[in-house]
Structure formats: C-alpha cells, structure tokens
Design a protein around this ligand. Structure first.
Ligand SMILES: [Zn+2]
Length: 156
C-alpha cells in the first residue's frame, strides 16, 4: 500500500460522514427528478393528458389526443363509469393519472375543460341534496341525477 493512501484526508473527513448519505440522497433525487421534468413539457406535478373522450368500437374508451388514441382505464369503477358517460363523449377533458406498462392510461382524476378552465364533474340530486359517485339514479329517491360541472380554482 502506498504511503499517500495512508496519509490521505479520508481519516479527518470521517467526522462529517453522518451528513454525507443525506447529501447523496438529495443529489440522487435531483438526478432522478430532472429527466422526469425534461420529459414532460409541463412543470406540474401530476402527469396529465388533454384530449377528447371517444368510445371506439372494439377498442373501447380512449382519450383522443393530438398525437394518438390512448386506451383508458380508471382507478375506481365509479370513475370508469363516469368516463363512459355519454354526456361526456367527445368532450374536451383533462385526465390525471398514470401510464401503465401495457400503454393504457389509468385515470385518477377527471376534469372537463372549457376555454382553458377546468371543471370537476359531479352527479347531483337536487331533490335530496346529495351527490352521487357515478352516473345513474339517486340512491335516495331513485330519480336520475344531474351531471354538473363545478369550476376548479386556478390554484389546482
Ligand atoms: Zn334523490
């Protein structure tokens, strides 16, 4: 072993070692985050897609984006039923979610879009004053619920 190794500053540096792993983790996190930011052209944290909801025979429900048709799944059956609502067909929407390994897009959140503004979709019974999770009849009075769009504040 060469004397230069023995006298290297490794010894004194050990005192600062407890802090080093944290520093490395931060660097690692940054290194991982940068490519993720570079990939999407938007800087917002949840990945999202904009396009139109289209039902295609044999393929099923897709989001028609400027580039292609993306087959959709949803995180919950309530949401999937909402995405399939005929009243939302061919509507401009923004979908937040995750692209699955098989290339489908799993929707976690749905917004409709009008003139650049986002709206939350809900099913509401005015009679009972209650909100339903998916399209269909009111759980209380069994009358059809009304599709409503609630403006989402700009901060979201
Ligand atoms: Zn009702």
């Amino acid at each position: 072993m060469s004397p230069s190794l023995i006298n290297s500053p490794v010894g004194p540096d050990r005192r600062t070692d407890p802090f080093r792993p944290a520093g490395r983790l931060v660097l690692l996190a940054l290194a991982l985050a940068i490519p993720a930011f570079a990939k999407g052209h938007q800087m917002e944290s949840p990945p999202f897609l904009t396009g139109k909801l289209v039902m295609i025979p044999r393929m099923g429900l897709v989001l028609r984006t400027a580039k292609k048709d993306l087959k959709l799944t949803a995180r919950t059956s309530y949401l999937f039923h909402t995405l399939q609502d005929k009243r939302l067909a061919n509507r401009e929407v923004r979908l937040e979610g995750v692209t699955q390994p098989d290339g489908t897009f799993q929707v976690a959140k749905l917004f409709t879009a009008h003139d650049g503004k986002l709206y939350r979709v809900r099913y509401y019974c005015e009679v009972c004053n209650i909100e339903a999770l998916e399209p269909g009849n009111c759980v209380c009075c069994q009358q059809p619920t009304e599709l409503q769009e609630i403006a989402v504040s700009d901060s979201k």
